[in-house]
Design a protein around this ligand. Sequence first.
Ligand SMILES: *[C@@H]1O[C@H](CO)[C@@H](O)[C@H](O)[C@H]1NC(C)=O
Ligand SMILES: *[C@@H]1O[C@H](CO)[C@@H](O)[C@H](O)[C@H]1NC(C)=O
Ligand SMILES: *[C@@H]1O[C@H](CO)[C@@H](O)[C@H](O)[C@H]1NC(C)=O
Length: 433
Amino acid sequence: MAQFLVLIVFYIFIVSASYGLIIDEDSGSVASTNPTLAEEQAFIKLFGSKDPDEAATCGQLIESRGFEYEVHYVTTEDGYILQNFRIINRYAKESGKKLKPILLLHAFATSCSAWLVNSPAELGFLLANLGYDVWLINVRGTSYSTNHTHLDPEDPQFWDYSFYEIGIYDVTATVEYIKKETGFGEFFSKHLNETIIVVGFSQGTIQLLIQMSAIPGYDKNYDLVILLQPIGFLGDKSGTVGAIPIPLFKQYFSSHNGPFPPMSELAFAALDVLCEKPILTPICTSLIGGIFGFDSQQLNASRIYVYAGLLDRTSNKNLLHFLQFIETDHLCYFDYGEEKNYELYGSAEPPEFPFYKINPKKLVFISGLNDQLATPINVQNLRNSLCDRVDTDHVITDPYFNHGDIVIAKDAFPYVNDVVSRLIEEKMLHDEL
Ligand SMILES: *[C@@H]1O[C@H](CO)[C@@H](O)[C@H](O)[C@H]1NC(C)=O
Ligand SMILES: *[C@@H]1O[C@H](CO)[C@@H](O)[C@H](O)[C@H]1NC(C)=O
Ligand SMILES: *[C@@H]1O[C@H](CO)[C@@H](O)[C@H](O)[C@H]1NC(C)=O
């Protein structure tokens, strides 16, 4: 164990020492879309990484699978400039058909790459192959989306947001952008085939539930809202959250606004390099397992360093809102303390998001029985809070399927992605009749 620690300290030292490394010319375009990942790639190259998926940008991943991509900058109402990706299937594009847009919303502390590394048949590529116009959001604060019209990421105010602002501003600005770019959306809602499909995973589902309940009627833009491991309740202590020392964490994350983790380039690069060493695989597996859940059947441990490379930044305030969410069980507005709550919400406690205002006929739930965050109890509470049954409520048949398995399971295709693509294809067929 002591040896491992020495090794870890050594790697962190080397990685810190090479901080600010000059990126070689041919990775110029990588540095322009994601300087953080360009640095991470430079670090891991020093240690002989040969897997091109490791710490790859979404642009690199998309090209490596034979697709093309576009980068779209979207400015939110509160000034964040998101760098979103669009997968281009050249054959579908050249067919001249109007391709239906599908927006994929990534989870907590990850980014667009989460939809692109679990080949074969990762959801992003599967849908692009089927001829859909696939868009990938990168929410504020991720290594892709650190620009702002007037705030610098060095400024603590930049990090003054949680999944609430992401749902209200980032998701809405992105959907409005897609509407303008594609002509799909509520203007044409006479035909369901001309609305947008959205797919959220984990925090992505929180953002959609917030948006659709806080902006009633916005779901007119959506044809289907597919929620993978939906989280509208988080109070079930039988899951991972039962092990979190909430008061201690609350104290830390409320102390200041800032990014989490605070030194991500170094921390992430060190983690990638460490996880690539087979001798350290068990440590990485438990680290990643601790975050995403344990499912040894579905985890490809020899690829753990690629999954470690999926981790990205978020804000302290986002974590704080999660901690409050665990305590309130039902998803509520951010709790600023009694005085400011009165000012903002007119009540001592922050109000709950009114899920009953969401049209359940647009919703698809896909949930797993061994999910330690969207636990069966939490998902049941969400069902109970809606005004009717959801359109489709699919429970994954593998009893061990856990939270992170959505994006990293060996069998993500038969258990999830195949189910999702069939649902979408059926919906399209139905709309055409
Ligand atoms: C950030 O956004 C501003 C305003 O659109 C732009 O002028 C600037 O070039 C952007 N910076 C980077 C690093 O992309
Ligand atoms: C949607 O369906 C209508 C008829 O039901 C058709 O006129 C229209 O072209 C379709 N739109 C697209 C984008 O396929
Ligand atoms: C697991 O990952 C390794 C290394 O990337 C790969 O060679 C192997 O095919 C993967 N196995 C499965 C079952 O996906």
